[in-house]
Ligand binder design. Structure first.
Ligand code: 5GP
Ligand code: MN
Ligand code: MN
Ligand code: MN
Ligand code: MN
Length: 267
């Protein structure tokens, strides 16, 4: 994706300008790091807030969760907002208790995995269908790990009523929405030519019109798209910037730069 087509103050290249002013907030987005991304393989720009949109690990083993959390802890951002993805099996305890046998040779302790992420410290904030407001500037972030069922993975939900119920919990006041997967038709194209994103999520987004929606999951959809919402009143044009921040490619190579955006103080 070429830099010149990007919305203002959103950057996908490895060279990023300074913030427009010191009181702006710099967000740095990664996703789908899958234990392929570490300090040696992947450069993460400095900023105020790191956003990780899930698939921290290969298959959620405790040592994989620890490796991912240790890497995130080592980054300089004051806040590190993290959600899980379908690969982070142990973070979905009810699912893991039922299904561990198909993935892991030995059963591991889901509570230990959840504890490692929730109590990591170092500014890590783990969101599972919940909000976090950045104290310094009031930006409200909501995160959810759910994706439409594809085979049988963690945090999978059936399209329709189950996912509708999940998305209904997103507060209308949300500025920055984090989900693991994309909404339908937006940075969600797979090699077979299908748009596999969530229709139910798109409907909720059309109601809420958050400033920013960050996701991953469909690795080949990496990139940025700005969508202007139709309104009757031209003075009140709203838009949403969609960011698919998948850090690895479809072949799980850590080759996609973190995506950076800067926001002004809220007034
Ligand atoms: P992951 O296994 O890391 O969650 O997703 C990796 C890849 O699997 C994606 O980049 C995409 O190619 C494929 N994938 C994930 N979810 C879906 C889905 O719902 N439908 C299809 N067709 N492919 C998917
Ligand atoms: Mn997979
Ligand atoms: Mn094993
Ligand atoms: Mn992934
Ligand atoms: Mn995924």
């Amino acid at each position: 994706m070429s830099q010149k087509n990007l919305p203002e103050h959103v950057y996908t290249s490895s060279k990023i300008p300074d913030k427009p002013a010191p009181d702006w907030t710099r967000f740095v987005c990664v996703s789908d790091t899958h234990n392929k991304v570490n300090l040696k393989t992947y450069n993460v720009p400095e900023g105020d807030v790191l956003i990780h949109s899930g698939d921290l690990t290969e298959v959620g083993k405790l040592d994989q969760i620890k490796t991912a959390v240790d890497w995130i802890k080592s980054l300089p951002h004051k806040y590190k907002i993290v959600i899980a993805g379908n690969h982070d099996l142990t973070l979905d305890k009810p699912f893991y208790e039922e299904s561990w046998n198909g993935f892991h040779h030995d059963k591991e302790d889901a509570d230990e995995a959840i504890n490692m992420v929730r109590n990591a410290g170092h500014g890590i904030v783990y969101l599972e269908d919940e909000s976090f407001t950045i104290p310094e500037n009031g930006y409200q972030i909501y995160g959810s790990p759910y994706t439409p069922r594809f085979y049988d993975w963690a945090f999978n939900g059936d399209r329709g009523s189950f996912l509708n119920e999940k998305w209904s919990k997103i507060p209308p006041t949300t500025h920055i929405l984090m989900t693991h997967g994309p909404p339908s038709g937006i940075l969600d194209l797979v090699a077979t030519g299908e748009n596999v994103g969530c229709v139910d999520l798109l409907q909720r987004i059309q109601e809420i019109k958050p400033l920013i929606h960050v996701f991953g999951h469909i690795h080949e959809g990496y990139g940025v798209l700005k969508k202007k919402w139709e309104t009757e009143n031209n003075d009140d044009i709203k838009s949403t910037i969609f960011i698919n921040a998948s850090s690895v490619t479809r072949r799980y190579k850590p080759q996609n730069n973190p995506i950076v955006f800067d926001l002004p103080p809220l007034n």
